[in-house]
Design a protein around this ligand. Structure first.
Ligand code: BES
Ligand code: ZN
Length: 647
């Protein structure tokens, strides 16, 4: 049994630290939080019971940062970095504009992970600093001996294994000629490429000078200029205050194509035209979202298409969402991803979760907004399908997850955010908002949300701050329709209320009826009516299959519908799940190709799990060994725990 979780220890120690340093002010060399506690090894056991009572969680406290944010505020960071593909490092300086918030005598404590710190300067003079013990989830606190507002220049370089960066060989790109680099900072990986206050509570502006090999273009979550010369030096500014997890960079053989007045796409040349076509509705989505939820505050909205090893579907880096190429399906069937990342420009980037416990404020609101954007852009039928698919995802996770992980305001203390990731904050959060919408009426709820975004614009808020706000703005205004206890259940209890809404789709009802008839032998494979099915229907058809199908059933389906060759990655994934569970060998070459060629964790984790659960661990390990050199560090981390459960 563990005595205390590292995150909790760190923050308790942090509280003590300030006091200690006031008491003995000659001890200026900071003892960093976490030192008292030896580092523990992370393992897949993250699902063990919490050690402390949820009642003592401090609202708005970030248990995943060492930074002493009550003592210092970092208002701006200016980066000056060289991108070295042969060494796989970013190196140079980060200049932090630091504001002292009180008179306490205490060093500045920042987050870092696997950084090499060469020197720290204030006004041209070197100052003392120290790195504390490394915690497997949180990284290493960097303590800097200053006591006042100052400009702190940190000379550093990143590790080739930086958890928030992936360095790709030319072979892993679409063009196969040039290397590629991209970052993924959410949740706590910004600290692996910049020493900073890596907490969503702390907001800052940033600027950057990035030096790259001449053939390549650098882009950031900032003011990109597609017409700037490819001269190996790029300048960026992000004038709005953002949390650290939204700082992002990518470098590669990138070109730009406009899609609309404020929207465009960056991609490798061979992908550019297809991406611009697939996502041509982005401008319309932007206009639609503004109409309902208020002005878009970030100037441009561009997309960056990454190589297939990108570990997520998308990431809402401001002004420049990072997007997996696996959603370029040719028929716009997976564009809800764009609606989702765009929606984060309101829910997430404008109003931000204060800690990772409050992630549902980002993802639940965004999932709700996504559905609304899809309804405006593609109509009611698509809206209902997206909602019904989300509801299925929610049901699957409710069946699969521990009770404590079914809570919106989840207790994250001592846990690795990368391991906790699930559909709960997304789909349960969205369903909660959907219920409120239906109780008070859409027009009223739209008005509420628009005011909420205005009220908290450019702020980071906790679940409790949200609860205080809705007590006034919803509960007090709609006492007949809404109920405080019910709200508390939605936010703080596992599972779903018995009378929670159940989004349905007529289109899916027809699909399900045919599946049932086929399974019962009442409908032959070639009589299934699939004309005009989109990937949503195909996915529903497959995902509802029982765990075990006969060899004959599998062969019939594959012969009739060529699932093993499915071009749509969602459909291919659903089919491969069935293939794995039933050891359907004809699909195994595709399974291997899929697992080696795509790094998106949403696809990888369930497939590796299914292999493990169906006694095919040796195969899972063999494929993982083949694939891992091409995987992002995050995909390596979470999937190696599945395929090597003992280590
Ligand atoms: N912000 C998330 C990705 C994320 C969440 C990264 C938490 C790290 C920690 C992004 O907006 C997202 O939700 N992506 C989804 C998109 C989907 C729900 C449409 C994904 O990648 O699958
Ligand atoms: Zn999201």
């Amino acid at each position: 049994m563990r005595s205390l979780k590292p995150g909790a220890t760190a923050l308790i120690a942090l509280g003590l630290l300030s006091l200690t340093l006031v008491a003995c002010s000659e001890n200026k060399q900071a003892k960093v939080p976490g030192q008292a506690q030896p580092a523990k090894t992370a393992s897949e056991d993250q699902a063990t019971a919490p050690l402390t009572d949820a009642a003592d969680i401090k609202a708005g406290m970030d248990y995943h940062s060492y930074a002493n944010m009550a003592d210092y505020q970092v208002n701006n960071i200016d980066l000056d970095l060289d991108v070295d593909f042969s060494r796989k490092t970013l190196s140079g300086t980060a200049t932090l504009e630091v504001e002292k918030l009180n008179k306490m005598l205490t060093p500045l404590v920042l987050d870092s992970r696997a950084l090499t710190i060469n020197k720290v300067e204030v006004d041209g003079h070197a100052v003392k600093y120290s790195l504390g013990d490394t915690d497997p989830h949180l990284g290493t606190p960097l303590s800097i001996d200053i006591n006042d507002s100052s400009k702190v220049v940190i000379h550093y370089s990143t590790s080739p294994q930086a958890s928030g960066l992936q360095w790709l060989n030319p072979a892993q790109t679409a063009g196969k000629q040039q290397p590629f680099l991209f970052s993924q900072a959410q949740a706590i990986h910004a600290r692996s490429f910049i020493p900073l206050q890596d907490s969503p509570k702390a907001r800052l502006t940033y600027s950057a000078t990035i030096r790259t090999p001449k053939a390549l273009r650098a882009v950031m979550s900032a003011n990109n200029d597609p017409s700037s010369a490819k001269d190996g030096e790029y300048h960026f500014t992000m004038p709005q205050k953002i949390p650290a997890y939204l700082i992002a960079i990518a470098v590669g053989d990138l070109e730009f194509q406009a899609m609309g007045e404020r929207t465009g796409v960056y991609a490798e040349p061979s992908v550019l035209a297809a991406a611009a076509k697939e996502f041509e509705d982005t401008e319309a989505m932007l206009l639609a979202t503004e109409k309902v939820y208020g002005p878009y505050r970030w100037d441009r909205y561009d997309l960056l298409i990454l190589p297939p090893s990108f570990p997520f579907g998308g990431m809402e880096n401001p002004r420049l969402s990072f997007i997996t190429p696996t959603v370029i399906a040719g028929d716009k069937s997976l564009t809800s991803l764009i609606a989702h990342e765009l929606a984060h420009s309101w829910s997430g980037n404008l109003v931000t979760n204060a800690s990772w416990r409050d992630l549902w404020l980002n993802e639940g609101f965004t999932t709700y907004l996504t559905n609304r954007i899809m309804q405006i852009t593609y109509g009611d039928r698509r809206y209902k399908m997206e909602m019904a698919l989300g509801y299925e995802d929610l049901q699957a996770d409710l069946a699969d997850k521990d009770a404590r992980d079914q809570i919106l305001a989840i207790d994250m203390r001592g846990r690795d955010p990368d391991e906790v990731f699930s559909n709960i904050p997304y789909e349960k959060g969205s369903l909660f908002l959907y219920e409120i919408e239906h109780k008070i009426g859409r027009a009223n709820f739209d008005k509420f949300l628009r005011e909420y975004f205005d009220h908290f614009a450019f702020k980071s808020i906790s679940t409790e701050a949200f609860e205080a706000y809705i007590a006034e703005e919803l509960l007090a205004k709609y006492p007949q329709q809404l109920d405080a206890d019910r709200f508390a259940q939605w936010i703080h209890q596992p599972g779903l209320l018995a009378d929670a809404p159940k989004p349905q789709s007529d289109a899916f009802d027809k699909v399900k009826a045919q599946r049932i008839a086929w399974l019962a032998g009442k409908l032959s494979t070639d009589s299934i009516k699939t004309a005009n099915w989109s990937s949503h229907e195909w996915k529903t058809f497959l995902d509802g299959m029982p765990k075990q199908l006969s060899a004959k059933q599998l062969a019939n389906l594959d012969a009739q519908f060529a699932f093993t060759q499915a071009g749509n990655n969602e459909v291919a994934h659903s089919w491969l799940m069935i293939a794995v569970r039933n050891q359907y060998q004809p699909a195994y070459p595709r399974l291997r190709e899929f697992l080696v060629g795509i790094g998106r964790n949403k696809f990888l984790r369930p497939l590796y799990r299914a292999l493990k659960e169906s006694d095919q661990l040796a195969l899972a390990q063999e494929i993982f060994e083949q694939a891992q050199a091409g995987y992002h560090p995050l995909s390596v981390k979470v999937n190696s725990k599945i395929v090597y459960p003992e280590s």
